[in-house]
Design a protein around this ligand. Sequence first.
Ligand SMILES: [Zn+2]
Length: 298
Amino acid sequence: MKQPDERYRAMNVLSGALLAVMAFTANAAVPNDPNWTEPFPPFQISGNLYYVGSKGLANYLITTPQGHILINSDLEANVPLIRASVEKLGFRFGDIRILLISHAHWDHDAGSAMIKQITGAKYMVMDADVPVVESGGKTDFQYGSMPTTLYPPTKVDRVLHDGDKVQLGGAVLVAHLTPGHTKGCTTWTMKVREGGKAYNVVIVGSPNVNDGYKLVGNTLYPGIAEDYERTFRVLKSLPADYFLGAHGSYFDMEAKYARLKEGAPSPFIDPDGYKQYVAQREQAFRTELAKQRAALVP
Ligand SMILES: [Zn+2]
């Protein structure tokens, strides 16, 4: 799930009574962003790496002569959109052999059971996210009791560990554990070749502290703050040329796509944008952690 959007900010200007009612509603259900199911044109990012996501939810297709790898399954409603994007690029949806995710939240993994059923793909998930995926979201530390965030429980075919490689037809992806947002949140890296030069690709899992996340005294996730610390260490250590992520909003996807259409050679190569994004998210985490710690002082 991504950061609060305009709808949340708009709450600040509402009257106190209405605000209380809306706060109650917000606890009962997490709204899905309409951008999540809005179609977006598929496009080649570099070499065998393609964007096949919607406006608000990012999906990546890595094509190989032995079949394809898909990152993220999104909501069940997105599966036909992903399929249409794959086919528009000239590939077969049924050739997807491996399904991966950014992290075990419904906006990235609810469609996994459906995609497995259609394609027969092997589902590979980071160890600490496996119980959440296989319970259909019920064991999530934050959203497990919210019915709108649950989805069909999905069997994981291969349990991944930090640093594991996923390989198919010459493609190699590395799974980096970047926990906190979920316990098994995963940042994917790979290399692409262009004009005889290799570039590093980073697909960020999520460094974001969602609304309502308890960073201090979280009985369901005692190590959450330390895990975010680890995530920022890992993200700062990764060499990044191509900056991508679980939501297009992380890396300004729409603006960069517009530049691509205007003929810019490689707008998604953005090492400075990557560094700035990680620094900004780390600052947001530290601010929230300090606020929660201060609130504990009598
Ligand atoms: Zn999320």
